[in-house]
Structures are given as C-alpha cells and as structure tokens.
Ligand binder design. Structure first.
Ligand SMILES: [Zn+2]
Length: 597
C-alpha cells in the first residue's frame, strides 16, 4: 500500500496514546502534525444547514455530463467528442480550456469516500479514464502553450484530481498518470517561481499555487521530481519570507491565489520541517482576519487585497459589488484554518472560530448553481445586494465549490494524541480508533438555531481519553455543561478549548450550552459606526423591500423581537425590518452593513 499522508494519519491514530489532558501535547505522525485530520470515510454530516447544502452539491456534481466535461479534452486529442459544448471558461476558445475537470474529479472522490456513494466514486474513476485517453503521445493533454496561458493553474487541478482519485477512489491508474502528466508538463513549466502581476497582465499563470499538491504527489508516487518542483515553486521572496518576518505582503495583491498559496506553505512546513513556513501562514492568518476581512469571513474586494487602515473596506461598499470571490476564497480560508489547527497546539479557538465564520457566512451563503454552467462567484456586501451568478459559465469557483463543500466533514473535529478536539458544532458523526477501542461521537443539535449541543458517545469498550470542546470567543455568556445529566463546572473560558478527561463508556451524553446573542462588528478601524450584525457565528442581514438601497443607509435597529427560528423583526421609520441569516437569503435583496448612528 502506498503510504500517503492520509493513510499515514490513519495508522498514526491507531498508535496514538497519552495519559494527560493537554491538547496536542504529543506529536503526530510527522512530529509536525499536532492534531490530525479525520479521514473522509470517518466523518459524516447527519443534518442541519451544512448537510443540506452538502447533499445538494453531491447531487449536482454527480449529475454533470461526463461527455460534456471531457469534450474539450477529446477535441484537443482528435478523438470523437460527443455532447454539448460547456461554454464559458471551459471550451477550446474559453478563458482556460478544461481548467476545472481535476477539481470535479477531486470533489466527487472526496464525497464518494465520505458518503460511500459508489456512483460518485465510479464517476471520478470514469473521468480519470476519459482524461487518460486524451493524454496523447507527449502526455500534454489539454496543456498547449499556444492556447492556454494558465498551464500551472490547470496542471495543479489535474494533480489534485489524480491524487484524490488514487487515495479516495482507489483508482490504481492514477499514480502512474500523475507521473505521465508531470512528464508532459515539464517542458512547459517556468524555470523558477514568479508572482502573479495584477489580475490580467502578463506574466500569466500561478506556479506558486502548485507546491501543496506537488508535495502530496511526491509522497504518493515516490517520484522525487514532484518534490524538487514543489521546492522550486515556493513563493519565498514575495510571500513566505516577508510573512515570516512579520511584514505585510498582501496590499494590492490578487487575493485568492495568495491565500491558496498558503496551503503550499503548510505543505512545505509538513514536508520540509522549516518553521519559517508555519510562522508565515500563522502571520498571514492574523493579517487576513485583523486587516482584510469582512464580517462574513470574506476578503479581497475586486479580488484585490486592500491597504489596511485607510478605510478601504468601507469604501468598497459603494464602489463595487464584487466583495469576495467566495467559493475559491472559502476553499483557501478553510484549508488555512485547518492547517493551522493541525500544526500547533491550539492556545485559543481563533482559527476554529474563523473557520466557523467562513463556513456559515461565506460558502454556506452562496447561490446554488443551475444546470447550464452558471455558478456563484462574488458575494456582495453593498446595500440592497443580491446573490447572482458569475457572468461567464464554468468559472474557477465551479471547481472550488464542490471541493470546499466536500471538505465540510473534515471541519467537525481533529484527533489529538490524547483524544478528540471538537471544532465545529453541527449534526454529525465521527469515528476514530485509539488503543484498539473504536470510538464514535455523534452530535445532535439544532445549533445555531438553538444554543444546545448534545454529544453521544459510542465505544467498543470503555476508554479513557480527553474530549476538547471549543468554547467560541463569540459566547454571550459562559457556556455550561452536563455529563449524563450532572452539571460539570467549566474552568475554561470563552476563546479556549475545554478539556473533559475521563473514562468514557457507550451511551455517555455530554450536553453543552453555548449562549448566543446579537453583537456588532465594525467594517474597519476608520468606520466604527458601519457595522455588521452577528448572533453567535452567524451574520444577520436585513431583507429589503426593493432592490433600491435605503436613502442614507440602513440604520441599525435598536431592538428586535424573534418571530420564528433565526428570524427577527424590528421597527424602522414605520416599516418592519426583517433580519435573517445571510446564508438563508436566496432571491431577495439584502443589506449586510448598518449605520450605528
Ligand atoms: Zn473562483
């Protein structure tokens, strides 16, 4: 069996053991993974808003036509190419022909591994076989420099599709295909890494997004060439070195590509062990969340990082409707948060809290795609905004949408050397093994509509381990806890993980209450009176009665009353203002920021 990081993790879980409840006190498989991600097969969503979107995305991507997805590849190879053109970015004359095929394969393989749906797994394998048939004598498939100025960008997606097909869909052809794809691409690759200059100006392409998957491909195939290229394409001078020094390289840069590149920094830390990369991505997280971020967890109006402390986030509300490239940006942000959780003992819940913020208010809040290549792309935080599709069909975000949602189960929690760390509260079931004991933790909850979460344990035999419960920073009042009906005092405070170390047995019930209340967050440091409204992790917006913004902006209601779950009403100038979660809005106009007066 090929030892991938994922299988490495699974075997490391079986070996993990510790006596004391101190989160991340012992190191994991590589010594650098303090907490370990669950395998896809060991985590499932069982209800609630994330499961609802996950199931719909599962169905949507499973229904895509294989012939249409492969058409442009077959045309390039001179093979019969049945099916309709895809349109938009994807066709021969599109912006990046065939760019997202690898991401669809990746998403399908991940969902198949999580749900056990063999149709999904089989579709991933069928698409890999179809792709392999188009590689051609030079193994270059669709990568033609005369017509594709995004070779590295497209290649990275081929890599992730093949890696996930191999590790999650048991596609035995995929490792050798990785070697062939690399051999075909090598003559087309740049001699050294270069940053992306602007959004649309040359030099095109993003070699610096590739190292994460190059490191994984090296581990999977044993082909050292992948490793050498991973090291070559680390964007040290322009990104990791300044971040590690504590400088801010973000202002003016293209937003998504530089945040997804942080996953390559995580890969560099895990593979090479150079602490510079851990320092860099930790500092990047701080900069993103303290200087670049909207309340939703989004960043990068017009896909560009702002210059902090100039009020530019506020100004963007009036100058653009393209506030956050949401599926791509959420993919980058959720991966960054998980890598940070995995690679150091969490001293606070800051990474997990922001993960929750992005999940509820960014990716969960996107418009659902149609059957004709229309996908969500930008989220809008201007007054009287609407959720719209991107102007071109099959954009980048059609690839990251399925990958981000497919990864939802990985956000539930992480395995610690001495137990399990709960990072997301949502109806779910996770399984892991320690000391030959099979442990299942089931979450039953209507959170965030309600404040209560119940964890029910199912063990093959009684076992002593620690459960670390996230006490979010947003708690309105102290959390409370019962184990098997008996109140247990919580010494941990909000913003930390509460350890519960005891000998657990099947049927044990943990009841956690996480009091939520409304609070506001200013859009930036120069505009403290322009605020978003949040309750717990969820951003609330006002439903507008027309597509026209209210003159002078919408005032923050002084008080409101609940009329239904997660629905509140306030009176403003004689009209009822109705407040709902941003993620609950579908077709109506809504306002995200309020004037505090
Ligand atoms: Zn995108």
């Amino acid at each position: 069996m090929v030892m991938t990081r994922r299988s490495f993790i699974e075997s490391a879980l079986a070996m993990a053991a510790a006596a004391h409840a101190s989160l991340g006190s012992s190191s994991g498989s590589s010594g650098r993974e303090v907490l370990q991600a669950l395998p896809y097969s060991a985590a499932q969503l069982t209800g609630g808003p994330f499961a609802q979107q996950y199931n719909a995305i599962h169905a949507h991507y499973l229904s895509l036509s294989n012939d249409r997805l492969l058409k442009v590849y077959r045309q390039r190879a001179g093979l019969p190419a049945p099916g309709e053109d895809m349109g938009g970015w994807y066709d021969l004359d599109g912006f990046v022909p065939g760019h997202s095929l690898g991401q669809y394969i990746s998403g399908l393989a991940r969902i198949g591994a999580c749900t056990g749906d063999m149709a999904c797994t089989q579709k991933a394998r069928t698409l890999v076989r179809g792709f392999a048939e188009t590689l051609g004598p030079r193994n270059q498939s669709i990568l033609r420099p005369e017509s594709n100025q995004w070779i590295c960008y497209t290649l990275d997606k081929h890599f992730v599709g093949l890696i996930d097909a191999a590790t999650l869909a048991s596609d035995s052809s995929a490792p050798e295909l990785l070697n062939r794809v690399l051999a075909g691409a090598e003559p087309l690759l740049p001699a050294r890494v270069h940053d992306r200059i602007g959004k649309k100006d040359p030099p095109y392409d993003e070699p610096f997004v590739m190292p994460e998957n190059l490191f994984l491909a090296a581990e999977l195939t044993g082909n050292q060439r992948f490793h050498e290229l991973a090291v070559r394409y680390l964007l040290d001078r322009d990104l990791f070195d300044p971040l590690a020094r504590g400088d801010d390289p973000f202002p003016g840069q293209h937003a998504y590509s530089h945040v997804i590149a942080l996953s390559s920094g995580a890969g560099a830390y895990l593979t090479l062990g150079d602490a510079k990369y851990r320092e860099a991505i930790a500092n990047a997280f701080k900069l993103l969340t303290t200087t670049q971020q909207f309340a939703s967890g989004g960043w990068g109006p017009n896909e560009t990082f702002i210059t902090p402390h100039r009020g530019e986030l506020f100004e963007s509300l009036a100058t653009t409707v393209d506030h956050f490239e949401t599926p791509c940006g959420s993919y980058a942000a959720t991966k960054l948060a998980r890598y940070l959780l995995q690679t150091a003992t969490p001293r606070s819940t800051v990474h997990a809290d922001n993960l929750e913020r992005v999940l509820f208010n960014a990716i969960l809040a996107v418009r659902f795609p149609d059957s004709d290549g229309d996908y969500p792309y930008y989220s809008t935080y201007s007054p009287a905004a609407q959720k719209v599709f991107y102007k071109s069909k099959w954009p980048c975000c059609s690839g990251t949408l399925v990958q981000t949602v497919a990864d939802y189960p990985l956000n539930i929690g992480l395995v610690a050397s001495d137990g399990f760390c709960v990072t997301l509260y949502t109806p779910s079931r996770v399984r892991f093994t320690r000391d030959q004991t099979e442990i299942q933790i089931e979450q039953q909850t209507a959170f965030p509509a309600e404040d209560h979460v119940t964890l029910v344990l199912n063990l093959s035999s009684p076992s002593t381990f620690a459960l670390y419960l996230r006490l979010p920073e947003w708690l309105a009042r102290p959390a409370s806890l019962k184990v098997n009906g008996v109140a247990v005092p919580l010494t941990a405070s909000r913003g930390s993980f509460a350890p519960l170390l005891r000998r657990w047995k099947s049927g044990d019930r943990i009841e956690l209450t996480l009091p939520q209340d409304f609070r506001t967050e200013a859009i930036d440091d120069l505009h403290p009176k322009t605020v978003a409204l949040l309750r717990g992790p969820v951003q609330y917006v006002a439903i507008e009665s027309s597509a026209q913004p209210v003159n002078g902006g919408r005032r923050l209601p002084g008080s409101f009353r609940q009329i239904a779950p997660q629905t509140y009403v306030a009176s403003d100038a004689g009209r009822d203002v109705v407040l709902v979660p941003l993620y609950a809005v579908t077709n109506e106009s809504y306002t995200s920021y309020f004037d505090k007066g």
